[in-house]
Design a binder for this molecule. Structure first.
Ligand SMILES: Nc1nc2c(ncn2[C@@H]2O[C@H](COP(=O)(O)OP(=O)(O)OP(=O)(O)O)[C@@H](O)[C@H]2O)c(=O)[nH]1
Ligand SMILES: [Mg+2]
Length: 209
């Protein structure tokens, strides 16, 4: 039997909205989808699942939520945002893990945090999302105790690929099913990186029940 279980009433969430948005050509947080910004989509989807929400970005978003910039300078990639999330969550009382979601996947599962929490059976375990056999490691539940180690890894690893960091740890990959719509099945981690992806996301929004 597992000797550790996570109470999913005290898991803070961080929306990862940093990065360069090169392919989109504009800050993804303020990109509009179905009349709402991607930031508002992420907040609406995450709020029922977490105890608090903070936004990791380069500049303060106009949403009134706690703003946590990268601590490690130089746009070091998604792991820098995950590091900022861990450092922030480590200041909150009684918190062992923090969940991260990406700003550019607005259809992520409503059960994300509950399904992550269910597989955490030791304090140092990481859970990351997968769909259709592919991992989506920016969607993860991270032990806040890994903050210092992650900072050291970012400082020394050349490529700073999330997958390489995960290889060093106890990780559970949680597979999420495709989501039924009035058209075909939607990958809940559908990712908006380009203006064309945004057009496709608008089409998905029309057929979601
Ligand atoms: N904090 C932080 N987050 C980042 C950084 N780079 C990417 N991200 C986040 O990581 C996730 C995946 O980002 P991508 O879509 O791969 O990259 P992007 O920089 O937003 O866009 P591209 O420049 O088009 O690759 C998103 O949630 C980004 O906000 C970074 O340097 N710092
Ligand atoms: Mg992306």
């Amino acid at each position: 039997m597992a000797d550790f279980s996570l109470h999913n009433t005290n898991i803070p969430g961080v929306i990862l909205a940093g990065g360069r948005s090169t392919r989109m050509g504009q800050d993804k947080a303020s990109v509009m989808l179905g009349g709402r910004s991607l930031l508002d989509h992420a907040i609406a989807r995450l709020a029922p699942q977490v105890s608090t929400i903070a936004v990791n970005a380069d500049s303060e978003p106009q949403c009134g939520l706690r703003f946590i910039p990268d601590i490690i300078p130089g746009k070091a990639g998604p792991m820098a945002g995950i590091h900022a999330a861990m450092a922030h969550a480590a200041t909150l009382p009684g918190v062992s893990h923090v969940v991260t979601v990406s700003i550019d996947s607005p259809f992520f599962p409503a059960e994300l945090v509950a399904d992550f929490a269910a597989v955490i059976d030791s304090p140092a375990k990481i859970a990351i999302a997968a769909s259709e056999g592919r991992p989506h490691p920016v969607f993860g539940l991270w032990p806040v105790s890994l903050g210092d180690e992650l900072a050291g890894w970012i400082a020394t690893d050349e490529k700073r690929r999330v997958r390489d960091f995960l290889l060093r740890h106890n990780v559970a990959e949680v597979a999420f099913p495709l989501h039924p719509t009035r058209a075909s099945l939607l990958d809940p981690f559908f990712n908006i990186n380009t203006p064309d992806d945004l057009v496709e996301a608008e089409r998905w929004l029309q057929v979601l029940s």
